[in-house]
Design a protein around this ligand. Structure first.
Ligand SMILES: NC(=O)c1ccc[n+]([C@@H]2O[C@H](COP(=O)([O-])OP(=O)(O)OC[C@H]3O[C@@H](n4cnc5c(N)ncnc54)[C@H](O)[C@@H]3O)[C@@H](O)[C@H]2O)c1
Length: 352
């Protein structure tokens, strides 16, 4: 199978490595408007890769792609994805699907019209502990869901763990609305909302509070630091449960932690992972039966679950689109839009 990659920055390295692990799958062509990044990438992964400096050139020269990954910054997702879809090529898009619901819907409709496999890389679906949590909730053994708490913590604004955000473009565009960033909400909030609604069910109403920690007017080079760096939200789910969902880049002491706690009629389940990545974030905690009266949690190590990369390839082979697809990407995008509306109006808003 022949794949292409558009955007050879940070995240593209994992895409290349994960796709290359799959039998019969080969990334053959790569494209980036930044030649330095393009060359760094091919130096690492081999000069046999055919290089292009624009998606138009790549699509013109290359024939018979089985799939293309769109790994460009958020601002370019729509424009690049539209070109891939117009050529009827299966598409693996980085999150967020687009910059707003309207654009996400255009992409979803076109993917359906062109009848191509479409996937959004909601990475944390790859946690086997999380997949077991979803399975446990859906099996209904714990009864109806009452209360939910979900947090996403990163600390790159307070540390040099992933590099110096004040100097590197890969972080600075994430802080600037003019560079197409919806801030923490669009960058990582998108993950925690997917994580939560896929397990718990749809959100009916939300009341969100977005926060930019930089001072108004702060700038570094061409980047105005005006995007939100964190948010808190209260939610009401369609199934009657209530909850809080929050996210910040200012969580000192946490590198990249997602936690989800779901309290049900007959027990509770939770996942919390960070450094556990090499173990595929495989731990689920459950409190049920006689443990309830002792407030004791059982720790379950879960068997691994397919990566999104494997799901994408399997979908191409079978013709059946696995999750997380563009429709889910658009659903999450709607929630992000409603968070912005709620924050601006300072009130609860309906999702639909
Ligand atoms: N799923 C995840 O867990 C995860 C993790 C990190 C990043 N991401 C997403 O991946 C995307 C890229 O993030 P990153 O950290 O790799 O950013 P990055 O800035 O490191 O890399 C983006 C690359 O795209 C290139 N580019 C920009 N416009 C282009 C265009 N029109 N055509 C071709 N190349 C273009 C840039 O030159 C750069 O090399 C973002 O949307 C981000 O939200 C997802």
């Amino acid at each position: 199978m022949k794949l292409g990659i558009v955007g050879t920055g940070n995240v593209a390295y994992r895409h290349f490595e994960e796709f290359s692990k799959i039998d019969g799958v080969k990334v053959e062509a790569v494209c980036d408007v930044n030649l330095k990044n393009l060359n760094l990438f091919t130096e690492k992964f081999g000069n046999h890769l055919r290089k292009y400096s624009s998606i138009d050139e790549m699509l013109k020269e290359e024939k018979n792609f089985d799939g293309i990954c769109n790994n460009t910054p958020d601002r370019f997702h729509k424009e690049v994805s539209l070109k891939i879809l117009e050529k009827e090529i299966n598409i693996f898009s980085e999150k967020p699907l687009a910059e707003n619901y309207e654009d996400a819907k255009i992409l979803t409709d076109l993917a359906h019209k062109r009848n191509v496999i479409n996937m959004v890389n909601f990475t944390y679906r790859e946690s086997s502990g999380y997949q077991k949590l979803v399975e446990t909730i859906k099996s209904d053994t714990l009864g109806s869901i009452k209360h939910v708490n979900a947090n996403y913590y990163q600390s790159w604004l307070t540390s040099n763990l992933w590099g110096n955000w004040k100097e590197e473009d890969t972080w600075l565009w994430r802080l600037s609305t003019a560079h197409g960033s919806n801030g923490a909400l669009g960058d990582t909030g998108v993950h925690i909302f997917d994580f939560t609604i896929n397990a718990v069910g749809d959100i009916q109403q939300i009341c969100a509070n977005l926060k930019t920690y930089q001072e108004k007017g702060d700038k570094i080079g061409e980047y105005t630091l005006d995007a939100n760096d964190g948010f808190t939200s209260m939610v009401k789910f369609s199934n009657g449960a209530i909850g809080t969902i929050s996210n910040t880049r200012y969580a000192t002491g946490y590198a990249n932690t997602l936690m989800l706690e779901v309290f049900c009629e007959k027990g509770a389940v939770k996942v919390e992972f960070d450094a556990e990545r090499d173990n595929k974030w495989s731990t689920l905690h459950i409190c049920e039966n006689k443990n309830i009266d002792e407030a004791k949690w059982e720790k379950i190590i879960c068997e691994s679950t397919p990566t999104n990369f494997e799901r994408f390839i399997k979908s191409i082979k079978s013709g059946e689109n696995d999750q997380p697809d563009f429709q889910q990407g658009a659903k999450v995008q709607k929630i992000l839009d409603m968070c912005i509306k709620s924050n601006d109006k300072n009130q609860w808003v309906d999702i639909n």
